[in-house]
Every structure is written in C-alpha cells, then in structure tokens.
Design a protein around this ligand. Sequence first.
Ligand code: COA
Length: 331
Amino acid sequence: MRNSRITGIGRHVPDRVITNFDLEKMMDTSDEWIRERTGIQTRHWVREGDTLSGLAYNATMKALDMAGKKPGEIQFIIFASLASDHEFPGGGCFLQKKLGIPGVPAMDIRNACSGFVYGLSVADQFIKTGMYDTILLVGAEIQSTSLDLTTRGRDVSVIFGDGAGAAVITPTEKEEKGVLTTHLHADGTFADKLWADAPSVNDNPRISKALVETDRIYPKMEGRFVFKHAVTRFPEVIHEALAAAGYTKDDLDLVIPHQANRRITEAVAHQLQLGMDKVYSNIERYGNTTAASIPIAISEAVEQGLIKENSLVCLASFGAGFTWASALIRW
Ligand code: COA
C-alpha cells in the first residue's frame, strides 16, 4: 500500500489589492464593520485580461518547481473551482491547454470551499491504487466578477477574493507519511442557503434580458445560518479525521481551515481548545477565496516554517452545498 504526499505547493493571486476603504466607495459599508465581522482587511481581485486558468497556471508552475517536476510529468489534473474561464468546458481543460499537455485527463470539482479537500481525497485514491504517480490538484477561484457591488449585495461582496493554489501529489512507500485519512460530506438540503440561483437550466431560455435585471444572478448567502453550521461542522470533521487515524487534537502541529471568516476560525480554535498559533489564518489579506483558500494557506504555512517534515496537519473545509471535508496529513 502506498500513500500520497504533497511534494510541491504554490500560490498566485492577482496583483490588484482591494481594501475595505475601496469597498466603502462602491457600497454602504465600512472598514470597521468588515474588520469586526469578518477579520478581512484586503483581498485581491482580478483586472481586465486576467483569467482563471492564468491564475491556476502561475500557481501550478510554482508547485511544479518545488516538486522538481515539469508540466510533461503531470498524469492527471484535478481542478477545483466554482468557475471556469467560460461557461463550459471545465477550467481543468483550459489549464491543461496552457500547460501544453494534451491528452492528460482533466477533471473539474465544483464543491466550492470544500473543492480542494474533495480533490485531495480523489487524488489520494488514484495514487493509492497505483493508477497515477504525479497528480496536479488546483484550487482556483475568480469571485469578484460575479458579485453585486451595490449595497444590496454587501453582505456577500465584502467577503470574497480571487486567487489560486496548486499542489503536486506523488506517492510515498512510507505508510506513516502523507495523506493519512480523508473525510467528505455534503447536505443538499441547504443548497439555497449559499448559492447563485441563476443562470439555471430550469429557466427557458436560461438567460434573458429580464433575468439579468434581477438579483437572481448574484451569489446569495444566509450569513447567520451558514455561520452556525460552519462552527459545528468544522470541529466535527476535524475530530472525525483525528479519530480515524488514532490521534488527538494535542498531536496536531497545525490546523488549516478553509478561510471563511476570522470569527469562524476563532470559534473552531476555541471548540478544539487549540491556541490560534495552531490554527492558520490569513483571511485578513485574502478574504474568502473559496477553493483556493486552503492551498494558498498551505503554501504560506510551508514558507513560514509552520509546516515542516513530519508535521501533523489537518485540513478542514466547509462551504456551499453544504459541503464539508477534512484531511489529515503527516508532512
Ligand atoms: N457592511 C455594513 N453592514 C452590513 C454589511 C456590510 N458589508 N453586510 C450586512 N450588513 C448589515 C446588515 O444589513 C444588518 O443590518 P440591520 O441590522 O440594519 O438589518 C447588519 O449588518 C447585521 O447583519 P447580519 O447579517 O446579521 O450580520 P452578521 O453579524 O451575521 O455578519 C456575516 C454577517 C456575513 C459576516 C456573518 O453572518 C458570517 O460571517 N457568516 C458566515 C459567512 C461565511 O463564512 N460564508 C462563507 C462560507 S464558506
């Protein structure tokens, strides 16, 4: 039996930084409200000409560099994102084209904030069975172009940012190393608590002039409802991973939760009785970058020396669907 390991990790965010003060000029909000309720101070938003596959490509090249691999060595692409460069096909195909590796399979995962952990679990299975030896897993998101930047959409619009993170995943024969266990969950009962209603295939025609004048095309969220579920599901799925691998929270070197909101991260730390030095947070600089948030955070934590050889790291996510997931990794 072999395990899968992340041997390369990289991130890329657009260079356009949007402060809370910039948002004050677009809608009725304030730096104070945003910082107090979410912890966010800045986020990166794309400019004209940036593409989702472009962000993903830049993150990928950094991850490949760390892994000491070339694009031609990738055998499988898993692309986690709510979006794609175009309505279809999926973003994995656009990334594959940029990488110049035709013929390599590309699979998209649309599990919002849980996309990266879902993708890691899929990659882990393919490595374990011996099907592939080098898998590229990307979490990438452009949210800024979908937002309602008026006061009507302020609860959602101040939260989200754009970015990409990529991981190169390869096998290890050491059974105590790498991805030790993964746990995936979903509950579609709450799909409409965090979603974009339209465009919907249930509308005929799917897109009309009348539709674009409604607010159905914008992401919507019942913030308090999402918050309550998140602070329950995060600790639950972390405990599930620890129990499956025979560890306790005291064995953890670092928890990397999906960066949804600083208050959610603090609540998770509190419930796990872990200090904030053990629970990674960078939401103040990026906002919520959906599928990109976990790989961006891993990449920073590795760079900062918070994750090193043999560190026990738990990834945990919660987001639209609802979906939630965890992965326990011995680095
Ligand atoms: N700026 C200023 N005021 C805002 C605002 C903004 N950007 N967004 C909402 N408000 C207002 C509301 O209109 C409301 O005003 P009212 O009391 O006059 O009606 C007030 O602030 C409180 O709104 P509420 O939604 O109850 O605030 P909250 O304390 O629940 O905080 C969130 C809102 C979104 C920050 C919070 O619910 C949250 O973090 N939810 C989880 C979100 C999340 O993590 N989503 C992603 C999951 S992957």
